[in-house]
Ligand binder design. Sequence first.
Ligand code: ZN
Length: 139
Amino acid sequence: MRYLKLGDAFIVRLMTGEEIHASLNELATLERIDVAGVEGIGAVYDAVLGYFDRANREYLKKSVPGEMEILSLSGNLSIKDSQPFAHLHVVLGGRNCEAVAGHLFEAKTGATCEIIVRPLKGFVKRTLDPATGLYLLDI
Ligand code: ZN
């Protein structure tokens, strides 16, 4: 991971093989980011996407084989269990320009990932919401 601070924001470049969540959580730790907006493009492989089945209170997971373009990565950083937590959603594009999308559980960087992290002033943590079974922003 390489990154550069530009004003209040960070521009991040991930290298082939680097895991997106782990890298963003590392950036948050290094730069003491408690809450931020995240957006990005690039390419990934070995992605695992999810869809939250609210009725059954569980994520349905789907592995996406092969290399995919990141058409849109968006999400946020906050604090969960006293640790940085990246909540990310993604739209991925394949060889035939087909798209798949969902909550991003994991993905490794393909050729590159170019991510912008915009820290916000303040502190936001996630706590378990009994109604959904999810760790939601505690605001
Ligand atoms: Zn999500």
